[in-house]
Design a protein around this ligand. Structure first.
Ligand code: HPA
Ligand code: ZN
Length: 360
């Protein structure tokens, strides 16, 4: 008799657990569907990091460049990183297939078409001029190819865009000054400057002067900080570079006073969940700080960083955090709104996009 009751209880518990899992899965699925159709802006995207293995192999053929991979599968198999530098080594090697203006056009158009499928309505993309000019590709070849695609996609897809030029922080400040000088004919088409590449050992303070010069030319300022580097680097980005937006910023959470300041200033953080997982900034998506950031009042956004290398574009990043974290519908809406609030669009356009989100 006691056995039968125990069996009954066990099977009732089992049924309840099964139902709970089913219910949670349905809720997550409906949140993912919701996030997939919301209008969004992407604010942290390295165009060179959107180079898919198929295009890499095709451009290697077209440009008669040797790459150390036998097949597309071979390229994908190499994308197993344990930190930022591991990734950067492959990322700089990959961009070597980009040579002609049409290569940059094809790369950028492929990304824009893909982003458009994820209902991304506005993009602010980074490019790394030094990753190209240091290989002998003229600045104008790179910029004309990217800008040509941005213009065409605005006409054909209705996706608006801005371009941000990043300085490679493992190189010298003098090299960054040379790049700023080279960019002069394009400054009406470049909204701002950023700072990327190997973070630890290359603090924002190394680039204080060149960022001041950029700011004096009316450029917006963004910087990667607190991805692998300590909270001090975030303070330097705020106080010395005087950033308008913080790229990544994860490690800010280690410093309570810094969190309070970022919340107070309504500083936008361009968070990149799948990137954080691939580069071991987090060990498990369930440990990702995105939900904590929102709860702390930080203006966090979701972005794909280098989608070809990290396994997903905008909507895949949303799906990953919805599956792993306890996000509700308001959180998803907030993330989408934050992406426009944190953009360099004018206030009228921001209001228009936010109205669309409220109506979705
Ligand atoms: N961090 C630093 N540098 C980069 C990244 C990144 O996530 N992606 C491309 N360059
Ligand atoms: Zn980045």
């Amino acid at each position: 008799m006691g056995m039968a009751v125990a069996d009954l209880l066990a099977s009732a518990t089992y049924a309840a657990v099964r139902f709970y899992i089913f219910w949670e899965t349905m809720l997550q699925k409906s949140l993912i569907d919701f996030s997939a159709v919301l209008p969004k802006a992407e604010l942290h995207l390295h165009i060179e990091g959107s180079l898919e293995p198929e295009l890499m192999v095709a451009l290697a053929w077209r440009n008669k460049i040797e790459i150390p991979f036998k097949s597309v599968e071979d390229v994908r198999a190499a994308y197993d990183f344990s930190n930022l530098q591991d990734f950067l080594d492959i990322y700089y090697q990959g961009m070597g297939v980009l040579q002609a203006e049409e290569d940059y056009y094809d790369l950028t158009m492929a990304y824009l078409l893909r982003a458009h499928r994820d209902t991304v309505r506005h993009v602010e993309i980074f490019f790394d001029p030094q990753g190209h000019t240091d290989r002998g590709i003229p600045f104008n070849v790179v910029a004309d190819g990217i800008l040509g695609a941005l213009d065409e996609a605005e006409r054909a897809l209705g996706i608006s865009s801005k371009l941000i030029m990043s300085f490679l922080r493992h190189l010298s400040e003098e090299a960054a000054f040379d790049t700023l000088k080279e960019a002069e004919p394009y400054l009406d088409r470049i909204v701002g400057v950023g700072l990327d590449s190997s973070e630890v050992g290359h603090p924002p303070s190394k680039f204080e002067r060149v960022f001041r010069a950029a700011r004096e030319q009316g450029l917006k300022i963004v910087a990667h900080a607190g991805e692998e580097g300590p909270p001090d680097y975030v303070y330097e980005a705020l106080d010395l570079l005087r950033i308008d937006r913080l790229d990544h910023g994860n490690r800010s959470l280690e410093d309570e006073a810094l969190v309070a300041r970022l919340a107070e200033e309504q500083m936008t953080l361009t968070v990149c969940p799948l990137s954080n997982l691939k580069l071991c900034v987090v060990d498990d998506m369930r440990a990702h700080p995105l939900k904590r950031m929102l709860d702390l009042g930080l203006r966090a956004t979701v972005n794909s960083d280098d989608p070809s290398y990290f396994g997903g574009y905008m909507n895949a990043n949303f799906a990953a955090v919805i599956n792993a974290l306890d996000l509700d519908k308001d959180d998803i809406r907030t993330l989408a709104k934050n992406s426009f609030l944190g953009s360099f669009l004018n206030p009228e356009d921001i209001a228009k996009h936010i109205a669309t989100i409220d109506a979705t």
